[in-house]
Design a protein around this ligand. Structure first.
Ligand SMILES: [Zn+2]
Length: 66
C-alpha cells in the first residue's frame, strides 16, 4: 500500500489516506466516529427543544451506549 489513496484525499478526522471502502474516511473507525459526532450533535439539538418532556433516565442510558 502506498502512503496516498487513489484520489489523494486524506481522512478529515485523522489525516491519513482515505480507504476506498470508507471514503471520505480512512477506516470504518473514523467513519463511525464521524457518524457518532453527527448523531450526537443532532440529538443534542433535538434534545433542547423537547427537554422538559423527555425522561432523563432515557437520556443517560443512551449516552452510556455511545
Ligand atoms: Zn481516519
Amino acid at each position: 500500500m502506498s502512503e496516498r489513496s487513489a484520489d489523494g484525499r486524506l481522512c478529515p478526522l485523522c489525516k491519513r489516506p482515505t480507504a476506498e471502502n470508507f471514503r471520505p474516511f480512512c477506516s470504518k473507525r473514523c467513519a463511525d466516529l464521524d457518524l457518532a459526532h453527527w448523531l450526537k450533535g443532532d440529538y443534542a439539538i433535538a434534545k433542547r427543544e423537547e427537554d422538559d418532556e423527555e425522561e432523563r433516565a432515557d437520556d443517560i442510558d443512551k449516552k452510556d451506549q455511545v
